[in-house]
Design a protein around this ligand. Structure first.
Ligand code: ADP
Ligand code: ADP
Length: 233
């Protein structure tokens, strides 16, 4: 069954009257790793915002886990091109942020804090940031912040992971290492992933299914199942 499903979605921001996406349909199965590629400005970020309830479409329907999306989707983890860490919190406390949002019972959060901290530290280690948790974001390089943002998207073990060009600020070597980390984590947890990128190589390396978007107004113009033998590390 589809876990994320957009059906004939049209969305415009106003301004020049040209829709950002128009007649956009796509379905991502549960546990599937999907990538969306397309030229700059074609509506990839808009698609992400629609899939997580940060924007609502003018026309068409958006469903996640079978339900029509009417408010921001809490079961989703998100990481963006720009790391969005809060500067007044340590890296570790930034990682714990989604738990404060999804965990309605403060007392439980307090009780479980040690366990969550351990999980955060394990994630930091997986992306090469072992021992960096007590630093503030501004004490980290851009690439390190981006890796920390990725950890934050994963901390609450989301069923759905949305990645909007999260590998952009990384050097080529770190990027390919992180591809493997993300791919393995997604496979191990059976996460449904929607990755937006303009890097076709990245899409093919990571995804089971690749969608291509047209130039603005964006819609899906091709869909391919990636069925290549993948080198394992
Ligand atoms: P992509 O992620 O593929 O680069 P976006 O989804 O960010 O594309 O943008 C699609 C189109 O919608 C672009 O032409 C952009 O200028 C426009 N757009 C995006 N966000 C806004 C906004 N908040 N207000 C007005 N126009 C926007
Ligand atoms: P990145 O690709 O991670 O952005 P940079 O070229 O900015 O790399 O930095 C190279 C390395 O130098 C980083 O991986 C990090 O170990 C270290 N570094 C850079 N900036 C800082 C900083 N402000 N504080 C601590 N370490 C830093």
């Amino acid at each position: 069954p589809a876990f994320v499903e957009l059906t004939d979605v049209t969305h415009a921001y106003g301004g020049d009257g040209v829709s950002a996406v128009e007649g956009l349909s796509l379905a991502v199965g549960e546990g599937e790793f999907a990538a969306v590629v397309g030229p700059s400005g074609c509506g990839k970020s808009t698609l992400m915002k629609l899939a997580t309830g940060l924007q609502f479409p003018r026309r068409g329907t958006v469903r996640v886990a079978g339900d029509a999306v009417r408010k921001p989707v809490k079961l989703a983890g998100m990481a963006f091109q720009n790391p969005t860490l809060l500067p007044w919190r340590t890296t570790l406390d930034n990682l714990l942020l989604p738990l404060e949002v999804v965990e309605p019972h403060r007392s439980r959060l307090k009780r479980e804090r040690d366990r969550y901290v351990a999980r955060a530290e394990a994630l930091l280690a997986q992306v090469g940031l072992a021992g960096q948790g007590q630093k503030f974001p501004w004490q980290l390089s851009g690439g390190m912040q981006q890796r920390a943002s990725l950890c934050r998207a994963l901390i609450h073990e989301p069923q759905l992971l949305l990645l909007d060009e999260p590998f952009g600020a990384l050097d080529a070597f770190t990027r390919e290492e992180l591809w493997c980390v993300v791919r393995d984590l997604a496979a191990a947890r059976g996460m449904t992933v929607l990755l937006v990128t303009h890097d076709l190589r990245e899409a093919v390396f990571l995804a089971d299914r690749v969608f291509c978007m047209s130039a603005r107004p964006g819609r899906i113009i091709a869909e391919r199942v990636v069925d290549l033998p993948r080198p394992r590390d």
